[in-house]
Design a protein around this ligand. Structure first.
Ligand code: NAD
Length: 326
């Protein structure tokens, strides 16, 4: 059947990108007859100023909210470079009939393996050993005691695309895989994953790995109460979004020795302030929001996020819809 949608002229603002160049986006948009403007915006005011005569936004971390949609009613679609879309106010987009799109499946393997790499590093004391050897020492007890991973339980909070992949690759290392996800039916839990309640996840796991989205329900969800349920010597991994974890409570749990350490790819404020006590802690392993990254993954991320806007202009809807526009 012929698509009744008629292609609309499109001018896109590409903003707040970390990439060294936008060659890929420029070539895709040139081929599709889409005009491009670029500006590095970090605030809604900057997005508004840069998006004159644009009906599409391609954004990474720039906040796109009510203020932007109200000031620029001609904007009809916002596509995010990334799986998470917490930087875009989806309720405001819905009110203004603006399409919101993302690129949810480009880096599932990258993030899951990154989270597992951090988990195994902390359990096997790899970074601790490396620092000690470079400082001149050479002894296997340098990093403290090590437990056999095959005797431990790993817990997954949020068994979506990434959480499920993490569970899948972790299952060969750990004795038991447990998970909490209230939005899945039992049939969505693979046979090797045991479904548990939230408190049981924190009380029973030797490692908890966080893989939920950031939203009003999950903001600050991993708090002092949940961390207080964790076993002495356990670990917390967060490769999802920094604000899901109460970082003051996490620092207190690591300093008190309840947690043996933490692996964090994400922080509530990125980059962190110089001297941030959690980042500086020797038993906290940190990477700079890099879990998504591989050469192939980055190209896929950029191609899919850009393609959303081409699909919207040519066919009336993006390839990956978060909010349906009108
Ligand atoms: P997804 O939507 O596929 O899965 C999220 C899962 O969390 C869903 O199954 C959902 O039911 C579950 N969930 C929601 N609320 C929950 C709650 N209160 N308790 C328990 N479970 C809950 O998302 P995904 O693609 O797997 O992404 C997971 C996270 O990883 C997101 O926060 C995303 O932003 C982040 N991410 C980080 C990077 C990085 O580079 N660090 C890259 C990609 C994605």
């Amino acid at each position: 059947m012929e698509n009744p949608h008629r292609a609309v002229p499109c001018r896109v603002l590409i903003t707040d990108f970390d990439f060294p160049d936008l060659e890929l986006e420029h070539s895709m948009y040139q081929a599709a007859g889409i005009e491009v403007v670029t500006a590095q915006c970090r605030t809604p005011e900057e997005v508004i100023a840069a998006s004159a005569h644009c009906n599409a936004l391609l954004v990474q971390y720039a906040p796109v909210n009510e203020q932007v949609f109200a000031a620029r009613p001609e904007i009809r679609i916002a596509s995010r470079y990334g799986a998470g879309f917490d930087t875009i106010d989806t309720a405001a987009a819905l009110r203004h009939g603006v399409w919101v799109a993302n690129s949810p499946d480009y880096g599932v393997g990258e993030v899951a393996t990154h989270a597992l790499a951090m988990t195994l590093d902390l359990l096997r004391h790899i970074t601790v050993y490396d620092r000690a050897v470079k400082a001149g020492s050479w002894h296997y007890t340098q990093g403290g005691t090590i437990r056999r991973i095959g005797e431990l339980t790993v817990g997954v909070l949020g068994l979506g695309r990434i959480g499920k992949r993490y569970a899948h690759i972790a299952r060969d290392c750990f004795a038991r895989v447990i998970a909490h996800d209230p939005y899945l039916i039992d049939g969505d839990f693979p046979a090797y994953v045991e479904r548990v309640e939230l408190d049981a996840l924190f009380a029973q796991a030797d490692v908890v790995s966080v893989h939920t989205p950031l939203n009003t329900e999950t903001r600050g969800m991993v708090n002092a109460r949940l961390l207080g349920l964790m076993k002495h010597g356990s670990l917390l991994m967060n490769c999802a979004r920094g604000a899901i974890v109460d970082t003051q409570a996490l620092l207190a749990a690591v300093e008190s020795g309840r947690l043996d350490g933490a692996g964090l790819d994400v922080l509530p404020i990125e980059p962190p302030a110089p001297g941030d006590a959690l980042v500086a802690h020797p038993r906290v392993l940190v990477s700079p929001h890099a879990a998504f990254y591989s050469v192939t993954g980055e190209r896929e991320l950029r191609r899919k996020a850009a393609q959303n806007i081409i699909d919207w202009a040519q066919r009336g809807r993006p390839s990956y819809t978060v909010v349906q526009g009108s």
